[in-house]
Structure formats: structure tokens, C-alpha cells
Ligand binder design. Structure first.
Ligand SMILES: Cc1cc2nc3c(=O)[nH]c(=O)nc-3n(C[C@H](O)[C@H](O)[C@H](O)COP(=O)(O)OP(=O)(O)OC[C@H]3O[C@@H](n4cnc5c(N)ncnc54)[C@H](O)[C@@H]3O)c2cc1C
Ligand SMILES: *[C@@H]1O[C@H](CO)[C@@H](O)[C@H](O)[C@H]1NC(C)=O
Ligand SMILES: CC(=O)N[C@H]1CO[C@H](CO)[C@@H](O)[C@@H]1O
Length: 279
């Protein structure tokens, strides 16, 4: 009797275990298939073909890369970036972060806007790239998590190429009609010619006057200039960004010295660490 009982219990636990394994496997495959299929692998570099290179200024170009099929999705969450691998001028391998200016709603391709510095190591790689060449890319990378209406408003402090993650977030927000988030961008550069994506940003501002505003700041402004002059100041942040509140966030992305200066300004103005994010 006792032996039969324990035998029965043994059988039951085996059945329970099998059912659990079955359910787990089904759950795993269900979510694996439900997940939008992306072309990226966070562990492994994958190669993408450069199909079009468009020079935008003497040292800035737009690089368009093809995805495996015309309906492929890159699979990069809003505001996250790619790790790109290349070789510098002496053949040393380098990897650097880049945020596409395209979104997952752009099927079959992604685009990078790259500023190439004369002495830059990855800059060298991009300068040498020709249509038909392949770029090694890994991702997604980054801690930024964005959900529609997660905040009432974003303030954005960008410098130079730090505009690309801001532009991506701004596009995603304005292209979603049920997202009511407001965006206040302050964008700093040295000269007028350094301003990246200016047409695209001005376009957003005129199409969405109540939701997107941009204030340009230049170290060396042209003679006629109605934007800011010098470095981004505490007063500019006060005037052009949302005031500290639990439902706003200030994003920053620029050269390290600018990021540091902006963090000091934001702390002094009373923005808590939770109200600040650095890409
Ligand atoms: C999240 C994130 C997203 C980014 N997205 C983009 C993007 O979309 N497009 C893009 O072009 N870059 C982007 N960057 C910057 C990029 O990762 C590299 O830092 C940049 O391309 C320079 O790399 P490099 O190897 O050519 O230069 P390095 O070898 O690192 O630098 C060599 C020299 O270049 C000059 N230099 C380098 N960076 C700067 C700078 N920011 N300002 C002024 N002078 C500089 C300096 O003189 C420096 O001494 C992003 C960075 C981050 C963190
Ligand atoms: C747009 O926003 C709504 C909610 O505000 C969300 O449910 C939807 O997924 C968003 N669409 C896209 C394409 O992100
Ligand atoms: C690429 C570039 O010109 N970057 C500069 C833009 O302006 C900010 C602030 O003046 C500088 O810190 C960047 O180096």
C-alpha cells in the first residue's frame, strides 16, 4: 500500500515536471515568434552593406546601409545605439557608438549621419568606406527606455554629433499621433556649418509648433544670428527647457566636457538625478 502510494506520487511528479517543461517551451517559442524580428545580435557583429553614401558637408556624410530584405526591420529600440567596428589609419581595430537617424518604421535599411574628424580613428574608417563595402555592427546598446507618454516633456541638451539620439527620440514621438510628449531641444555647436540635421530639425519645428521647439547655440555665430551665443548657460536651460518636475526629463548627449558642464547646471537648477539622463 505504502509502496503503491509513493509510486503514484512519483508518477504524478514526473507528469507535473513534463507539463511544466512543455509549457515553458511553448511560452518560449510563442514570445520568440511574437518578438519583432530584428537584424541585430547583441553578442555578435553582423555585416551590413553600404548602398549609398551622400556627402552633406566637407566632413559630414549620410551612410545608408541595406538590411537583408526590403521588408527587414533593424530592431533597435528608440534612443538606443549601435556599436560599429572598423580600422583606424594604422590598421588597429576600433569600435564606436552611433545612433541611426532612421527608425524601425523605415523598412529594409538604416542610415547613419557621421561627422569625420581629421584625427579620429573610426572617422578614418568611415572616410575610406565606399558603396558596396560592409560595416560590422553589434547591438542594441544603451540604457535609455522610452515609452509613449512616459513623461509630459523632454528637455534635450545636445552638442555636435550628440544630436543623433535626440533626433531619433524626437522623430519617434512626433510620428506617433497618440504620443503627447513635448520636446524642447537646445543644440550647441561651434559654427553654423557644424549644425547637423538642421533642415530636418527645422522641419519638425514647423510641422509640430506646439510639440517640438529647437534653440540653436553657437560659439562662433554668423553676423546675422537670432540663436544663442557662447556655451549653453544655466539661463538658457531655464528659458528653453521644462522646469524641474516629477513628470519631465532632461536628456543630454555631447562631448564629455559639455556633458559635465550641463550636469553641473542641471544640479544647480534643482533637477534631481531621476530628472536627468545622459546617453
Ligand atoms: C550614444 C552615442 C551616439 C553617437 N552617435 C553618433 C552619430 O550618430 N554620428 C557621429 O558622427 N558620432 C556619433 N557619436 C560619436 C562617436 O561615437 C565617436 O565618438 C566619433 O565618431 C569620434 O570617433 P573617432 O574614433 O573618429 O574619434 P577619436 O579617435 O575618438 O577622436 C580623435 C579626435 O577627434 C576629435 N573629436 C572626436 N570626437 C569629437 C567630438 N565629439 N567633438 C569634437 N571633436 C571630437 C578630437 O580632436 C579627438 O581628439 C555618438 C556617441 C555616442 C556616445
Ligand atoms: C504610439 O503610442 C501608443 C500609446 O500612446 C502606443 O500604444 C503605440 O504602440 C505607439 N506606436 C508606436 C508605433 O510606437
Ligand atoms: C561637431 C561639433 O562642432 N561639436 C561642437 C558643437 O558645439 C559644442 C558646444 O559649443 C561643442 O562642445 C562641440 O564640440
Amino acid at each position: 500500500m505504502e509502496k503503491a502510494q509513493s509510486h503514484k506520487i512519483g508518477m504524478i511528479s514526473i507528469v507535473v515536471a513534463l507539463v511544466a517543461i512543455g509549457a515553458g517551451t511553448a511560452y518560449y517559442f510563442y514570445f520568440l515568434n511574437k518578438r519583432p524580428k530584428g537584424c541585430l545580435d547583441p553578442e555578435k557583429f553582423k555585416e551590413f552593406k553600404l548602398v549609398k553614401r551622400t556627402q552633406l558637408s566637407h566632413n559630414v556624410a549620410n551612410f545608408k546601409f541595406a538590411l537583408p530584405t526590403p521588408s527587414s526591420v533593424l530592431g533597435l529600440p528608440i534612443g538606443q545605439h549601435l556599436s560599429c567596428r572598423g580600422k583606424d589609419c594604422v590598421g588597429e581595430v576600433v569600435t564606436k557608438a552611433y545612433t541611426p537617424t532612421t527608425l524601425d518604421s523605415d523598412l529594409g535599411y538604416f542610415e547613419l549621419v557621421i561627422k569625420m574628424y581629421p584625427q579620429g580613428s573610426m572617422s578614418h574608417h568611415f572616410r575610406e568606406m565606399r558603396e558596396g563595402d560592409y560595416l560590422a555592427v553589434k547591438g542594441p546598446k544603451g540604457r535609455f527606455k522610452y515609452q509613449p507618454n512616459q513623461v509630459r516633456a523632454f528637455g534635450m541638451l545636445a552638442g555636435g554629433t550628440g544630436i543623433t539620439p535626440m533626433f531619433q527620440v524626437a522623430r519617434a514621438i512626433t510620428e506617433n499621433l497618440s504620443d503627447r510628449t513635448n520636446i524642447h531641444l537646445v543644440y550647441a555647436n561651434v559654427t553654423y556649418e557644424d549644425i547637423l540635421l538642421k533642415d530636418e530639425l527645422d522641419n519638425l519645428a514647423s510641422k509640430f509648433p506646439n510639440r517640438f521647439s529647437v534653440y540653436y547655440v553657437l560659439n562662433q555665430p554668423p553676423e546675422e544670428w537670432d540663436g544663442g551665443i557662447g556655451f549653453v548657460s544655466k539661463e538658457m536651460i531655464q528659458t528653453y527647457c521644462p522646469a524641474p518636475a516629477p513628470d519631465i526629463q532632461i536628456l543630454r548627449c555631447g562631448p564629455p566636457l559639455m556633458n559635465k558642464a550641463m550636469a553641473v547646471h542641471l544640479d544647480a537648477l534643482g533637477y534631481t538625478p531621476k530628472m536627468q539622463f545622459q546617453f
